[in-house]
Write a protein of this length. Structure first.
Length: 259
């Protein structure tokens, strides 16, 4: 363990797989105690058991972040098990991609309930304790969709733009209370969701090659690379970073056309 997150008690949503799990693993390696949340209780239990066997101090519970009462109970139970939460990683999210006029109201509501309101519910639940304790860190996992638009991905980019706005608003609101609120914007990451996306095409290998070709380095990020950035932003190594967003996309969002 490196000890960069010693004395951090970190709540991570969507922690059963992908980026959330990679962040949990990285935070454990750096000495943090963990409150792990995911709506997939079976998968979360399996991964939590594996982390505990590796020496992690953690508490885990199955909860949907759209359930405000459930989140409040999870935070209370987690605090009893590992101590008051002083860092939050809002990672849980869902892809809702549509052509705007083809989307129904249910899809719109689910997108914003999970990707924005759910993140706000988690912030609202932990903020009072952070303020009372004199400080804390919140990291919202945004996306390059938070500042770029891909046609036919509506309304997901709207929710991520709003998440970035919430990051800035909360960061300014509570800076004097010692609470830092930042966002991390990954581009394409080799998660199961991305693999499933490639596999949805008749030729998955061609779909993968097309994705890789968009990137200057001809590859996409691993979940572990996103986790490294998350550790830095949660840690005390960037105490003056607040109300901003760190982009980790290999240069994808700054090039006008693939080379």
């Amino acid at each position: 363990m490196g000890g960069r997150l010693q004395n951090k008690r970190i709540m991570i949503t969507g922690a059963a797989q992908g980026i959330g799990l990679a962040i949990a693993e990285a935070c454990h390696r750096e000495g943090a105690s963990l409150l792990l949340l995911d709506r997939d209780g079976a998968l979360l239990g399996t991964e939590a058991e594996r982390l505990a066997a590796a020496g992690a101090t953690l508490f885990h519970t199955a909860v949907d972040i759209t359930d405000a009462a459930g989140i409040a109970q999870a935070v209370s139970d987690g605090a009893a098990a590992i101590g008051p939460i002083n860092a939050l990683v809002n990672n849980a999210g869902i892809n809702v991609f549509s052509e705007p006029l083809a989307m129904d109201d249910a899809a719109w509501e689910r997108c914003f309930d999970v990707n924005l309101k759910g993140a706000w519910t988690c912030c609202r639940t932990v903020l009072p304790g952070m303020i009372e304790a004199g400080g804390g860190a919140i990291l919202n996992i945004a996306s390059t969709h938070a500042f770029t638009i891909i046609p036919h991905t509506f309304p997901y980019p709207l929710a991520k733009h709003a998440l970035l706005g919430m990051t800035k608003a909360l960061g300014l609101e509570y800076a004097a209370k010692g609470v830092r609120v930042n966002a991390l914007a990954p581009g394409y990451v080799a998660t199961q969701k991305v693999i499933d996306y490639w596999n949805s095409f008749p030729d998955p290998d061609a779909a993968k090659a097309e994705t890789l070709a968009l990137h200057p380095g001809r590859r996409i990020a691993s979940p572990e690379e996103i986790a490294l950035a998350a550790v830095f932003m949660i840690s005390d190594e960037c105490p003056f970073m607040n109300a901003t967003c760190l982009t980790v996309d290999g240069g994808l969002s700054v090039q006008q056309h693939p080379a």
